[in-house]
Design a protein around this ligand. Sequence first.
Ligand code: FES
Length: 132
Amino acid sequence: MTAALTSRRAALITIGGTTVAVCLTACGASGSGDSAASSGPVSIPTSDVPVGSGRIVGRYVVTQATAGTFAAFSYLCTHQNLPVQQVTDAAIVCGRHGSTFSLADGSVLTGPAAQPLAKATVTVNGDTLTIG
Ligand code: FES
């Protein structure tokens, strides 16, 4: 395996004659200017989304507030357009300045954010969710 640094955040690595780009730190999650609309749809198994909570998938947050009820949102906090960091069994949490959002509808539970998370489309097809 050969690695060549191309920037602070990425490397090109050759494995068995195939060169791949590898993110070393937070590639594509640089904060302001990111847009959920710029990422394509993502698919995950429904079983990867805990009931009464959720998870961050790519540039989206997908939740399952109650069994079988899925919702998806942009992962960008509406306070300063930075990614939220965590989904708990109580809320979607942006630890930057403490905003929290509803698992069910992305509405603001605590500020400073004043606007809800942008909704994304989530489609259930058997045991697979497609978000985006
Ligand atoms: S960017 Fe999320 S609370 Fe400030």
